[in-house]
Design a protein around this ligand. Structure first.
Ligand SMILES: Cc1cc2nc3c(=O)[nH]c(=O)nc-3n(C[C@H](O)[C@H](O)[C@H](O)COP(=O)(O)OP(=O)(O)OC[C@H]3O[C@@H](n4cnc5c(N)ncnc54)[C@H](O)[C@@H]3O)c2cc1C
Length: 377
């Protein structure tokens, strides 16, 4: 039976970043991906923002890996010519009552190690973004946007250049522990329905929306470990072309207190288009669909017009949607990323990555290093 040192399950941005990093340290890495190409799920359905790391509690994995990932992403962009733009971001306070939470948020960002954060008043805001309405704002110059497809392509090419194999149309259906220290036997079904099995010493579970199912497949007690995911849909609306040019930076309201989402915000993409979203709607796991109902436009308009007063009915066009693989339920407080080497559970060399929602794209190169550290590579 064929043997690999490391098997990475999932070729989203995180799986590919992990594969690129580990393959520079280990000559036998296999990536298995159920879809026909990389990044067909959450990694291609997001805001493509390079976050700075302002929001997350100090010392959380989200904070640490976001701040490190931000730096690593800009280095990767420079080294490999990945399209990106350090556009900067404003988080706005609408009136005096929001000054205090804005200051707290700014202090949190600074304590996370985010550099160059400053609070600016109406005048500076007007100079930077004459069309937005705000009482004060946090200016984050380190926030940017990136072409996530190009980033994933760079990770894929790096992994393949080191000799890793990336196998598409390969869905992991069974994971069995071999004898002590013998690794894991993985059963995969290809597009034709044929099964192939192989043995691997280590497994890195980067299965995104299916990471809890993959963990359960291997024998983890997902409920006891609190690995069960909740799906939260996030929809976007595009602003008509004529008004896209009214905003140059990313503009966010203050976030939801438990960080369920960052609030309906305005992002520009590399082509200069302005989008609003994502919102956050809990959905059932078996009802994943990426459609955006045009009837939701009014809710987006009501939320955004508070800081983008130039928006009017008819300016918003339904765009894409993505699904967040969240550990948090509606009533939960903040939940961090889980990135865990599972020797203590009797699964040596098995690394679970659970609940890798935002800022997973930004954090991806830092997550890869973290996983390398857990595997002592
Ligand atoms: C609406 C939205 C906006 C976001 N905005 C941002 C942002 O602006 N900035 C940011 O940093 N982050 C953002 N994120 C978060 C970011 O997109 C994710 O954290 C990141 O894409 C997760 O990547 P991943 O590789 O873990 O998961 P995925 O991209 O979901 O990849 C997982 C892969 O595993 C494969 N897979 C699953 N099960 C199996 C199996 N059994 N066998 C084989 N393959 C399998 C899937 O097919 C998939 O390709 C956003 C997320 C959402 C939903």
């Amino acid at each position: 039976m064929e043997r690999f040192e490391i098997t990475v399950i999932g070729a989203g941005v995180v799986g590919l970043a992990v594969a690129a990093h580990l393959s520079s340290r280990c000559s036998s890495v296999l990536v298995v991906e159920k879809n026909t190409a990389f990044g067909m799920e959450t990694s291609s359905r997001n805001s493509e923002v390079i976050h700075a790391g302002i929001y997350y509690p100090r010392d959380s994995l989200k904070a640490r890996l976001c701040v490190e990932g931000n730096r690593l992403l800009y280095e990767l962009c420079a080294a490999y010519g990945i399209p990106h733009k350090r556009v900067g971001k404003l988080i706005v306070a609408l009136d005096k009552s929001e000054e205090e939470p804005l200051e707290k948020l700014c202090a949190n960002g600074r304590s996370n190690g985010v550099r160059e954060l400053e609070i600016i008043g109406r005048e500076r805001i007007r100079e930077m973004e004459p069309h937005i309405k705000a009482h004060a704002a946090i200016h984050s110059p380190a926030t940017g946007i990136i072409d996530s497809h190009s980033l994933m392509n760079v990770f894929l090419e790096q992994a393949e250049a080191y000799g890793s194999i990336v196998s598409f149309k390969s869905e992991v259906k069974e994971i069995r522990r071999e004898g002590a220290g013998q690794g894991y036997r993985i059963g995969v079904i290809d597009a034709a329905g044929d099964r192939f099995d192989f043995v691997t010493r280590c497994v890195v579970n980067c299965a995104g929306l299916n990471c809890d199912e993959v963990a359960a497949m291997a024998g983890f007690d997902v409920e006891r470990k609190k690995y069960r995911l909740n799906y939260w849909k996030g929809r976007y609306f595009r602003v008509i072309d004529r008004k896209s040019a009214y905003v140059n930076r990313l503009v966010y309201p203050l976030p939801h207190s438990a960080l369920l989402g960052l609030g309906i915000h305005a992002t520009v993409n590399l082509a200069g288009a302005l989008r609003l979203g994502p919102d956050h709607i809990p959905i059932e796991r078996d009802s994943v669909d990426y459609s955006v109902d045009s009837a939701a436009a009014q809710g987006f308009l009501t939320a955004a017009v508070t800081y983008l007063p130039f928006l009017e009915a008819g300016d918003l066009v339904p765009d894409t949607a993505g699904i967040r693989p969240k550990l948090q339920t509606e009533n939960d407080a903040f939940r961090d990323f889980i990135i865990q080497e599972e020797s203590a559970e009797g699964f040596p060399g098995f690394v679970n990555l659970i609940g890798i929602e935002s800022p997973g794209l930004t954090a991806s190169p830092a997550i890869a290093r973290y996983v390398g550290g857990l595997l002592k590579l």
